[in-house]
Design a binder for this molecule. Structure first.
Ligand SMILES: Cc1cc2nc3c(=O)[nH]c(=O)nc-3n(C[C@H](O)[C@H](O)[C@H](O)COP(=O)(O)O)c2cc1C
Length: 174
């Protein structure tokens, strides 16, 4: 039985999604650091991690310690790269996987991370700005990369919440 929601967040958006999912499911929520002190190895958990250069932060560590039937990757981009992220991070095919759009908080980044994101968003924004037939999603991504902001919303958790309803079962988890 799934016992907890565990997350790794850098600027807060993954933590927000984890807490929203906790409110919906009634499961306790904690960071991976806290989980390492509180949860036994082999415990079944839901894992949420922020994406850095395609890597779901903390996932490899969490997967070594716990059983993870569902993973959420929180990045800057809207959903669409599930398969790529699954392969790159070695998430087994029998685990559910969702991509959630977090945001971009340049003011909360420091050092190498700030520099990396300046480079990533700079080149991506340049390409997008030059594109004539941008979709509304691409317009919004361009705006996010140019000005920063949060795209966290409870609506984006609809699919993970549905998965929880179908897979948690048991009193107190509905
Ligand atoms: C150094 C760095 C690299 C990143 N690389 C990616 C990436 O490859 N793909 C992506 O979608 N988002 C990427 N992001 C954006 C973060 O995943 C996004 O801001 C996310 O919402 C952060 O979650 P958090 O607020 O929980 O830390 C990157 C951010 C930083 C700082």
């Amino acid at each position: 039985m799934i016992q907890a929601i565990v997350y790794t967040s850098n600027t807060g958006s993954t933590g927000q999604y984890a807490r929203l999912l906790g409110q919906e499911t009634g499961l306790p929520v904690c960071s991976l650091t806290e989980a390492k002190k509180a949860l036994n190895e082999g415990t079944q958990i839901i894992y949420l991690g922020w994406v850095m250069a395609g890597g779901i932060q903390g996932y490899a560590d969490a997967a070594r310690l716990y059983r993870i039937p569902m993973v959420c990757a929180v990045g800057m981009e809207p959903a669409g790269k599930e398969q790529e992220l699954r392969e790159k991070n070695g998430i087994p095919q029998d685990a559910a996987m969702y991509v959630l759009q977090g945001g971009y908080s340049p003011d909360r980044l420091r050092g190498i991370q700030k520099l990396m994101m300046r480079m990533i968003t700079g080149s991506m924004a340049k390409k997008l700005a030059a594109k004539a037939d941008r979709t509304p999603e691409e317009d919004d991504l361009l705006e996010l990369m140019q000005h920063g902001g949060s795209r966290v919303s409870p609506e984006k958790l609809a699919a993970p919440i549905r998965w929880c309803r179908e897979n948690l079962g048991g009193a107190g988890h509905e």
